[in-house]
Design a protein around this ligand. Structure first.
Ligand code: SER
Length: 353
């Protein structure tokens, strides 16, 4: 009779393969974990400072409540997992960061630097490149005034990058850090391993989700006015009716991130890409909300400081590079975003709460 198979000697010593998602409890993280799980991915390790609900825990191999800036956490990840992809979503958004710019910098830049270092260390330890997906933002742009914003129209990735917010500065610098890690990291060192990090950034416009509400952003008014209407609450919008920047829905944003991640590297001509779906004014948004939620009460009481930030962001972005290189296509136009996604999703959300 054959004897039972011996326990493999390396049991417990091998690291498990993993995709790491930071800031996974946030708005983009919520949608991303669901989309990855739906695509059959079962090796997700998710981190968030704020914790996770049960639904999210069920989508992940491990959920870790912790701060990405903490060394012991990063060391544990390095010792436990063979990470091949990182989705680094953790960040403090533009409005919140203006109250504590140095803390914002620590999270947005310090956190990104640590994660890029982890990516490079991982690549060195398992010998494969680590893909690093980075959501950047329309906040990297800075137009000097409304006339300049009008004149600029749809801005390209390399134009008008003089952000006026700490968050915008952070995101822009992190794009440069990503490019540096991808192409020049430790360039003078003898035992340098080439191309350890495959950095890919996507500059999101304002995002609107039916499932979650944003917090601490300056483009939050769009989502806030739809959610308030669905709850039957009045909403006072903190920007002028004529305020215009591009937006996209959360499913569109997640799809774009996953398509960019899946694209053959040879097709990518840049490290960072603009994307957008539609570019409504705040008044146009309010009109649509009123059409789908008759009786919605939306007033405009602009906050001068937050208005100034919105006035510095472009009214449109040129996403032709994303379309040409990786076939980006907006998932929704403004009306279909409301009709097919936001209105049914938000109604369902508030009915079940
Ligand atoms: N939505 C973000 C903000 O308003 C911009 O990326 O801060």
């Amino acid at each position: 009779m054959p004897s039972p198979a011996p326990t493999p000697p390396d049991r417990g010593l091998r690291r498990s393969g993993a995709t790491l998602v930071t800031g996974a409890g946030g708005e983009v993280g919520h949608g991303l974990l669901g989309a990855m799980h739906a695509a059959g991915r079962r090796n997700i390790v998710a981190i968030d400072l704020r914790g996770f609900d049960e639904g999210q825990q069920a989508l992940c191999r491990e959920t870790i409540v912790g701060d990405i800036c903490e060394r012991p956490l990063l060391q544990r990840l390095q010792s436990m997992y063979e990470i091949t992809e990182i989705y680094h979503l953790a960040a403090l958004l533009s409005t919140r960061t203006e109250f504590t710019p140095e803390a914002g910098h620590e999270i947005n830049v310090g956190g990104t630097l640590k994660l890029l270092h982890l990516a490079a260390a991982q690549a060195r330890s398992h010998g494969k490149r680590v893909k690093f997906m980075f959501p950047s933002s329309i906040a990297v742009y800075g137009l000097s005034d409304l006339a300049a914003k009008e004149r600029a129209g749809a801005v390209g990735e390399d134009e008008f990058t003089q952000p006026t917010t700490m968050y915008g500065c952070n995101k822009l610098y992190c794009e440069h850090l990503g490019r540096y890690y991808a192409h020049h990291y430790r360039q003078l060192v003898q035992d340098r391993m080439d191309h350890t990090v495959d950095f890919r950034g996507i500059r999101y416009p304002g995002l609107i989700s039916a499932e979650t509400l944003p917090s601490g952003g300056t483009s939050d008014y769009a989502a806030e006015m739809v959610h308030a209407a669905a709850e039957g609450k009045p909403y006072s919008c903190f920007v002028r009716p004529d305020t215009r920047i591009p937006f996209m829905t959360m499913p569109g944003a997640i799809e774009a991130l996953l398509v960019l991640a899946a694209t053959d590297e040879q097709r990518l001509s840049r490290c960072v890409y603009n994307v957008k779906s539609f570019s409504p004014s705040a008044a146009e948004l309010a009109d649509l909300v009123g059409e789908f939620f008759p009786g919605a009460l939306i007033t405009f009481e602009p906050d001068p400081q937050r208005q100034a930030i919105m006035d510095s962001w472009p009214l449109d972005v040129d996403d032709s590079a994303a379309r040409a290189d990786w076939g980006y296509q907006p998932r929704h136009d403004l009306r279909s975003a409301f009709k097919e996604y936001l209105v049914p999703g938000i109604k369902a959300r508030y009915k079940t709460l």
